[in-house]
Design a protein around this ligand. Sequence first.
Ligand SMILES: C[S@@+](CC[C@H](N)C(=O)[O-])C[C@H]1O[C@@H](n2cnc3c(N)ncnc32)[C@H](O)[C@@H]1O
Length: 252
Amino acid sequence: MSARLPPVGIAGVCHAVFVDEELWAAYDRMGLSFQEHAADSAFNAHYDRPAVLAALGPVTGRRVLDAACGLERGATVSAFDASPVMVALARQLTADQVRVERAVLGEPLPYPDCAFDLVVCALAIHYASDRAAAFAEFCRVLRPGGAAVVSTQHPVMDWLRKNGSYFQTTLETDIWPSPAGEQPVHFWREPLSALCTAATDAGFLIEKLIEPIPAESMRERYPEDYERLSKEPGFLILRLLKPAAPDPGTPS
Ligand SMILES: C[S@@+](CC[C@H](N)C(=O)[O-])C[C@H]1O[C@@H](n2cnc3c(N)ncnc32)[C@H](O)[C@@H]1O
């Protein structure tokens, strides 16, 4: 069960307690409407997903873990999500061909060491209260030489939208429209260096840092988003490598 977090500022207001469950509660409430939205939305389908799949490379025959579900087929996929509703939907959508677990980013994952060739975590690491622990678990379940591809909201975009100090880690809130009514969606904002340090302290080497540009498919479908995302960052992607052998320079 998720721990209670210490008091934090949410959108400039100090709240006495905040429970981790709030980080995925919006997805429980949005459920199918989020999945339908994400299937063809500008930011998911025409921006993040093509760039993440390109960063992932060939997946056929690879053992892939989809952390916070959403990967396409073609690989031996295991998946998890914190939202019981999203877990049920993923099982339904994949006709139980994919092993989908309920698990939380930043908590111990229900997989053995070195079980995967690839981990993909698309647009979810900013919902983990303990990003360092989340990266450590990705590293543990990857085989040596394996890779993790992690996409997230660009910290500069979030800082420009939310103001405050770029260097302070804060819990922020966006309000998303949905058929179930307006949804408060909470997420962690932190400087890029903090995200990178969480990954490298977990044992990863940063192979690539990608600032995607929109897919051509967005140009006609969402011309305004295309224009904007061609000029400003929206998301970023880290491709991380678990070294094949321990770095001899690393003290044991
Ligand atoms: C923006 S969606 C991304 C879904 C998918 N990866 C994609 O790219 O379409 C974020 C997902 O993260 C899940 N989530 C939120 N907080 C989480 C947490 N702490 N641990 C695991 N999953 C979480 C949500 O339930 C939701 O399914």
